[in-house]
Design a protein around this ligand. Structure first.
Ligand SMILES: [Ca+2]
Length: 252
């Protein structure tokens, strides 16, 4: 049995150790805020106002989510909490994914993911574009590859980002902002759910798990436990036989 426990621990430890940074908003806003009033087209480096997100216990994808009603004519973004910031060099080549839902979607210029960082004394703002939610009131999943090719300097029309600058930012992320601005009028409410920062290895693992589902892992664990129980029963039987005197000896 001890061997089975060790095998299970060995199987489950890597998954726990490499647990992705994720927000599913089951019980609260998990530290996410909203920042607002960026001019359309940028610059995006300095928000004017900060708001609390609204946490919704239902209506997410599934369960809870956070949302924000457009506060102004300008662009507003969901701001990631501290867990997503700092040294994330191990996530270069991974992805940032998230689900968005918007009740009024007719603005196609602010579908932005903004990364903030610093290279030596220079403040850097990197901007990636993601596909806009195609229909109002439907959850859509978006995924941005964490590679230099996904980003531009300062705005969606900026210059391509160098590998050195991208690695410098990922080594000390100071801000991750996901735009919620999808309406030309001050009318829309945008919701966010299932944010996930994944390393390259975690993506491969998830794709593999996706093929078989989590039940496959549970099945393997049950098999290991059954195998351990059979081994323990056989071992007990062997010990019992060894302890009993041979039958022939009784007949003499
Ligand atoms: Ca959720």
């Amino acid at each position: 049995m001890a061997a089975a426990v060790a095998i299970i621990a060995a199987l489950t430890y890597p998954a726990a150790a490499s647990k992705p940074i994720a927000s599913t908003f089951d019980t609260d806003d998990e530290g996410w805020k909203v920042i607002a009033d960026f001019p359309i087209g940028g610059p995006y480096g300095k928000p004017l106002r900060t708001f609390e997100c609204r946490h919704n216990r239902e209506g997410g994808n599934p369960a809870g989510c956070v949302s924000m009603a457009d506060p102004s004519d300008f662009i507003f973004c969901f701001q990631a909490p501290q867990a997503y910031l700092g040294d994330k060099g191990a996530y270069v080549g991974g992805t940032l994914s998230f689900d968005l839902k918007c009740d009024y979607s007719n603005y196609e210029d602010a579908n932005l993911l903004i990364l903030l960082g610093k290279e030596e004394d220079k403040e850097l703002v990197l901007v990636a574009q993601f596909a806009i939610p195609p229909k109002a009131d439907e959850w859509t999943s978006r995924r941005v590859a964490l590679t230099p090719g996904s980003f531009r300097y300062d705005s969606k029309d900026g210059a391509p980002v160098s590998d050195a600058d991208f690695r410098a930012i990922m080594g000390n992320i100071r801000g991750i902002w996901i735009s919620g601005e999808f309406g030309t009028q001050v009318a829309e409410t945008t919701a966010l759910d299932n944010v996930r920062l994944a390393r390259p290895a975690e993506q491969a693992c998830c794709a593999w798990l996706g093929l078989f589902g989590v039940w496959w892992v549970i099945f393997i664990i049950i098999l290991i436990i059954l195998f351990a129980l059979v081994l323990a029963a056989l071992s007990r039987q062997r010990k019992k036989r060894a302890a009993s005197p041979p039958q022939n000896a009784d007949q003499h």
